[in-house]
Design a protein around this ligand. Structure first.
Ligand code: FAD
Ligand code: NAI
Length: 477
């Protein structure tokens, strides 16, 4: 084998976990390769994984476009802006999304060059153990045999199938098809009121679809703080999303141009609903397809996740795994943090990921964002806490924006005042949550936030006010 194909670190998978691990490894002086199989419609490399191609980035592009459309149709008039002849140009909306995806793909290829990461476009699989490390075969658009002292598995996840309802991406859609519907469906069904169901349901509702969401659990957004979830449920329902909880899905039957779903509703009554398109968003499963982990004895758990310890070490020496293919939340920023930490551990450093301060965001309107514990978790754990909330209705900037729905909620330890959780439903919650993440990383108290000067008028003042409310001394409410 040529020396040029011997690497210190080979990363399999070029999503946020993999490409970031590769860049960090190269920054640390390792000879690094990254293998990624994703191709765009033209057959060209499209690194960035689910996140860039059919996840975070395209969904946020469509959320933004559809929100503009909704504002132009419903919110501008209040600002004294009359719009006539408003029209949806869906092909342009989808084209813009595709352009943004391509910019991100190309950006990653540029970053690989800049950091001297060797990129292989193809499927990476374990060949076997080598003298010093492992043999990795690349097949597909590129063919090569590599050796690596260290291997990082970052092969991501795929949409979970509902038995009896295979994705065809025409009528029955995973996230992939949900981001590329070529004409607005008049009736859109969504199974699963989780993050994807709510984000994609919002996109298509805003551009005119009648959206019905069928959720299996009796509670709405069970992982979210109950008070916040209740408020969000109220707001989404008011916007027109029809959210049906406690549904037991039965037969799903495809017609020529529609899909019929039989289900039992929360009272047990049998129902049927026919949709032009059906999105199934009931979670994601780890992807180890094509990896040939068996060749080296890579251990998977009963659900197919690569087994790792707290530091992302697999059962094999020198083999690590990060991101959606391992335990923990399936979030791009979690994958990235693990990628950085693994590269640093390979270098003998003490990479660290704090799972207690990973923020969550649901990019609906209003957005939902949180970090740390929910009130129901603190109750279940018997932790004594104080709570403070502040509504955006009482925030001047929110009024000026015309977006006063929602609130900020702080949860702090009853004795020490350390912040235990912050929950936001409201405008740009995704950005506001960063302050809470930083505060919690530094083990701040709610009083610390309450005493920090926040710009006026800004939405961040609602964060300060909620911190003040923990001590029952909000100034503007
Ligand atoms: P992936 O991004 O899945 O990347 C894995 C890569 O490995 C892929 O390119 C795949 O082709 C490649 N691969 C797999 N097997 C092989 C192989 N054998 N050889 C070579 N290459 C291989 N998260 C957020 O934090 N914020 C969001 O807003 C957000 N929005 C989302 C919206 C949607 C619709 C979806 C579906 C997900 C969203 N996520 C979001 C989740 C996020 O996309 C994932 O958590 C993230 O992409 C995981 O990164 P990863 O690197 O582990 O895997
Ligand atoms: P999810 O786990 O967020 O939600 C799935 C929902 O489907 C749950 O409410 C669950 O109770 C329900 N469900 C499961 N089986 C069902 C069934 N048989 N019938 C009816 N309902 C059923 O999963 P989702 O929305 O598919 O997203 C997958 C993951 O992708 C998320 O958990 C998240 O990690 C990631 N993601 C993150 C985003 C973000 O950070 N903004 C955006 C989109 C996805």
């Amino acid at each position: 084998m040529s020396n040029e194909n011997q690497f210190d670190v080979v990363v399999i998978g070029g999503g946020p976990g993999g490409y970031i691990a590769a860049i960090r490894a190269a920054q640390l002086g390792f000879k690094t390769a990254c293998i990624d199989a994703w191709s765009n419609a033209a057959g060209k490399p499209a690194p960035g994984g689910t996140c860039t191609n059919v996840g975070c980035i395209p969904s946020k592009a469509l959320l933004q476009s559809s929100e503009h459309f909704e504002h132009a149709g419903h919110a501008f008039a209040e600002h004294g802006i009359n719009v006539s002849g408003l029209e949806l140009n869906l092909p342009q909306m989808l084209k813009r999304k595709d352009t943004i995806v391509k910019q991100n793909n190309d950006g990653i290829l540029f970053l690989f060059k800049k950091n001297k990461v060797t990129f292989f476009h193809g499927l990476g699989s374990f060949g076997g153990k080598a003298d010093e490390g492992y043999t990795i075969n690349v097949s597909g658009p590129t063919t090569a045999t590599l050796t690596a002292k260290n291997v990082v598995v970052a092969t991501g996840s795929n949409a979970r199938q509902l038995p009896g309802a295979e994705f065809d991406e025409k009528l029955i859609l995973s996230n992939e098809g949900a981001l590329a519907i070529e004409a607005v469906p008049s009736k859109l069904g969504v199974i699963g009121a989780g993050v994807i169901g709510l984000e994609m349901g919002s996109v298509w509702r805003r551009v005119g679809a009648d959206v019905t969401v069928l959720e299996g659990l009796p509670t709405f957004l069970g992982a979210v703080d109950e008070q916040i979830a209740k408020e969000a449920h109220k707001l989404f329902t008011k916007q027109g999303l029809k959210i049906n909880l406690g549904c037991k899905i039965g037969a799903i039957t495809k017609g020529e141009n529609n899909v019929t779903v039989a289900y039992a509703d929360s009272t047990g009554a049998e129902q049927t609903a026919t949709f032009d398109r059906l999105i199934i968003s009931i979670g994601r499963v780890p992807n180890t397809h094509g990896l040939n982990g068996e060749a080296v004895g890579l251990q998977l758990d009963e659900r197919g996740f690569v087994v790792v310890d707290d530091e992302c070490r697999t059962s094999l020496p020198g083999v690590w795994a990060v991101g959606d293919v391992v335990r923990g939340p399936m979030l791009a920023h979690k994958a990235e943090e693990e990628g950085v930490a693994v590269a640093e551990r390979i270098a003998g450093q003490h990479g660290h990921v704090n799972f207690n301060t990973i923020p969550w965001v649901i990019y609906t309107s209003p957005e939902i964002a949180w970090v740390g514990k929910t009130e129901q978790q603190l109750k279940a754990e018997g932790v004594a806490y104080k709570a403070g909330t502040f509504p955006f209705m009482a925030n001047g900037r929110a009024r000026a924006l015309g977006d006063t729905s929602g609130m900020v909620k702080f949860l702090a330890d009853a004795t020490t005042d350390e912040i235990l959780g912050v929950h936001i439903v409201g405008p740009v919650a995704s950005e506001l949550i960063s302050e809470a993440v930083v505060a919690m990383e530094f083990k701040a108290s709610s009083e610390d936030i309450a005493r920090i000067c926040h710009a006026h008028p800004s939405l961040s003042e609602a964060v300060k006010e909620a911190a003040l409310a923990v001590d029952k001394r909000s100034l503007n409410f």
